[in-house]
Design a protein around this ligand. Structure first.
Ligand SMILES: Cc1cc2nc3c(=O)[nH]c(=O)nc-3n(C[C@H](O)[C@H](O)[C@H](O)COP(=O)(O)OP(=O)(O)OC[C@H]3O[C@@H](n4cnc5c(N)ncnc54)[C@H](O)[C@@H]3O)c2cc1C
Length: 289
């Protein structure tokens, strides 16, 4: 199964894919300690009107003097008012974005990269496995499925975080479940107030009644989690071309020109970040990909 790839921004708001366009931070919402959703709007209304993305794609956000970071889009693809990025503050750029605050302006290039193959997976049971900051790139998938719920079979979100406080988007879980999306949530460690599951994401596959003929997996999170979630699906005979992973790799240009994010024969920025396991599996076996 092929995955949609885009080698340049799908929104033709600039003839030069290296040229950022200004956007303003409208709102900031805390999701977990050190994790915030930044709602952005282009300063040019025409650019805002024409911008569109597909679930799984990312933007490159630029702060002059600090640099650029690849960040997945975590908002609803049909939201024409603002673009949401859910960001863990890790280093130079992400902390500089946070310091801008509401009303601050930053540069945006995008959207770049491949999308989750939602269209091709219609009729399938969908398993979404995410760890930590791996959930934001999958949230647009959940929204798209909710809008077209009858197009899919069983839908299960398997999500793990370090502690209950680190779980993201918790205020939305009831809405997701109301759309017949099963939530399996686990944490690595907790105190006595946590009544949910304790463990790691791949372990939750043990209790799944997964029909390999019907099922597909989409997974994003720490590389070790991705690898083991894929192994668990393969062990249950889900074909490798129905397992999809989204990879994080340091990147610069965003469209396969600079080579920073090369992984085997692929550029993660333009051939990914979403790959089928059939494509990328052999390269994930190599230590320190
Ligand atoms: C396609 C794609 C999508 C992504 N989507 C998201 C997303 O939705 N949300 C999100 O939060 N992240 C996402 N990322 C990850 C994000 O791009 C990186 O975390 C990025 O490096 C952040 O930029 P930064 O300048 O803030 O951090 P950097 O300064 O580049 O730091 C990144 C990491 O390096 C470590 N580090 C920094 N400086 C040092 C040092 N001197 N010594 C040792 N370690 C150091 C930091 O602790 C941190 O772990 C995505 C990445 C890709 C490729």
């Amino acid at each position: 199964m092929t995955v949609l790839t885009t080698s340049k921004p799908t929104t033709d708001f600039s003839s030069d894919p290296m040229l950022p366009v200004w956007a303003e931070i409208l709102k900031i919402e805390q999701e977990a300690p050190g994790v915030y959703t930044y709602w952005l709007k282009f300063t040019d209304p025409e650019v805002q009107k024409n911008y569109s993305f597909q679930p799984g794609q990312f933007n490159l956000l630029t702060i002059p003097g600090y640099g650029e970071a690849a960040l997945s889009i975590s908002s609803h693809p049909n939201n024409k008012e603002a673009i949401g990025h859910t960001i863990r503050l890790t280093g130079n750029v992400t902390n500089a974005i946070d310091r801008l605050g509401v009303g601050g302006k930053l540069g945006l290039r995008g959207p770049f990269g491949s999308a989750w193959p939602l269209e091709q997976l219609k009729g399938r049971d969908i398993y979404i496995a995410a760890g930590g900051i791996g959930l934001p790139p999958l949230r647009p998938v959940i929204y798209q499925i909710m809008d077209n719920r009858e197009d899919y079979g069983k839908v299960v979100v398997i999500y793990g975080a370090r502690t209950p406080e680190d779980l993201q988007f918790t205020a939305e879980y009831d809405d997701w479940e109301a759309k017949d999306i099963e939530m399996m949530v686990c944490v690595d460690s907790c105190d006595d107030t946590w009544t949910g599951l304790v463990g790691v994401v791949p372990m939750l596959f043990y209790s799944l009644r997964l029909d390999p003929k019907k099922s597909a997996l989409m997974t994003c999170g720490p590389e070790i989690m991705i690898r083991f979630a894929a192994y668990e699906a393969i062990a249950r005979r889900v074909p490798r071309d129905r397992i999809f992973v989204s990879l994080e790799k340091n990147m610069k240009c965003g469209f396969g020109s600079c080579g920073h994010c090369q992984l085997g024969p692929y550029f993660v920025c333009k051939d990914g970040p979403v790959f089928s396991y059939e494509q990328i599996g052999p390269y994930l076996e190599v230590e320190d990909f």
